[in-house]
Design a protein around this ligand. Sequence first.
Ligand SMILES: Cc1cc2nc3c(=O)[nH]c(=O)nc-3n(C[C@H](O)[C@H](O)[C@H](O)COP(=O)(O)OP(=O)(O)OC[C@H]3O[C@@H](n4cnc5c(N)ncnc54)[C@H](O)[C@@H]3O)c2cc1C
Length: 474
Amino acid sequence: MTSTTTGTTSAALDALELALSGELVRPGHAEFEEARRVWNGMIDLRPAAIARCASTADVTETVLVAARTGLPLAVRGGGHNVAGFGTVDGGIVVDLSPLNGVVVDPATRRARVGGGATLRDLDAATQAHGLVVPAGVVSETGVAGLTLSGGLGWLRRKWGLTCDNLVGAELVTAAGEILRVDAETDPELLWGLRGGGGNFGVVTELEFEAHPLGPEVFFAFTLFPLEHARGVLAEHERIVLAAGDDVSTIAVLGHVPPLDDFPAEIHEAPFVAVLGVYAGPAGEGELALQPLRELAEPLADLSGRMPFVDVQQVYDPDYPAGHRYYWKSANLPALPAVAVDVLVEQVRRAPSKHSTIDVWLNGGAIAGVAEGATAFSGRGGRYVVNPEANWEDPADDAANVAWARHVLAALEEHASGGAYLNFPGFLEEGQALVRASHGANYERLARLKARLDPGNLFRRNANVEPAGAARPGS
Ligand SMILES: Cc1cc2nc3c(=O)[nH]c(=O)nc-3n(C[C@H](O)[C@H](O)[C@H](O)COP(=O)(O)OP(=O)(O)OC[C@H]3O[C@@H](n4cnc5c(N)ncnc54)[C@H](O)[C@@H]3O)c2cc1C
């Protein structure tokens, strides 16, 4: 970069600072160190500026400065992306955290959600009216990032992916245009926002259909000794599929954390656990989920009735901000006993006792939407399996990263290709993984990208290249 360009860039950032109703945080600002950080402590990048956008106009100003200066642009909703897409070295961050309002209309059962809202914001506002928007399972996750690439949570088999409940959005394009998108105004863009990631612009507001639930639900959370994994996972599948779409679960393989919630004598014991929610009255849920608590003699059973907002925070203590994380994801059409053996062997080998392998049994309402009806691909797949390396000491980085990669490689012969794109920690597989994960939808996404963002300004994401763009070396 020449000194003239540097001067031009710096003048553009000075002007942006004056134009914003929110704040521009640059190196030297008292809050810069905190503001540059995202949830994953592995990500250690230094943006040139972080624009805390307090309005759609702030977003437009920031996007236009990035486009004019050529500085790389990152868009941050909740900052939870494991690969650190919510920040960028030497570039500009559109930080949407001030835009975290949620407005619920109980009459129409619609929720309008700011582009920087977290699941905690969403759940608090919807549950105040006895409603839910199906989302993820950790309350600090951003609604926008989660929705744009799918959204798997405790209610997915009943009401589908979070993106299946998205009915509209406000979006700032790479040209700085503000679009109001719904099924009438721009059905193709709504299609793309339902699973195509942050490729098309900055979403300043999402509008969802909500459903009646709560305030109390039944939550199953039973841990069994790891040696029972084969039987537990086979029976779990049989019971969930027989129970119908009201039951959604996650099975987890890991080691019991040394927390007061668990008896001291089982701390660090290897386990296979089944966690689940029934999307209906707590009493019905208790009956429906009971068989999942009896899959073997349990190590511990923490199941019970609880407010849905508390269920949404059960996992929070397991994922503190600033720890180190490296995750992978695989689609598995089935989970035969030999694949379970792989999971058991790999979890025993994990260098960190905080690491887990999470098994999401999908189907239900996810599979009820036609492949191609939204940008989200792979709806017919039965399992998403995620090895999650979670640890604290930077000295252990190499061993933990190697472990997650190794688990993925060990699962390869059982996998159908692609991944759930919200989970992988580093998309070192790059375009190949993004293409494989979008499957037959990729080319349509690339055409939409070419219309909305031909210069690929929004590329710090699971990137879809604009159709017709020259590829390096071509
Ligand atoms: C602890 C933890 C638990 C999780 N649990 C679940 C779960 O239960 N279910 C599930 O499906 N996923 C889950 N995830 C994955 C999660 O969905 C992704 O990490 C997602 O990217 C987080 O969105 P975010 O807004 O917090 O992230 P960010 O890092 O802010 O952004 C992620 C991506 O989305 C884009 N983006 C974010 N906001 C906007 C916006 N307003 N407009 C345009 N683009 C935007 C960003 O540019 C970036 O590419 C979890 C992740 C973590 C770390």
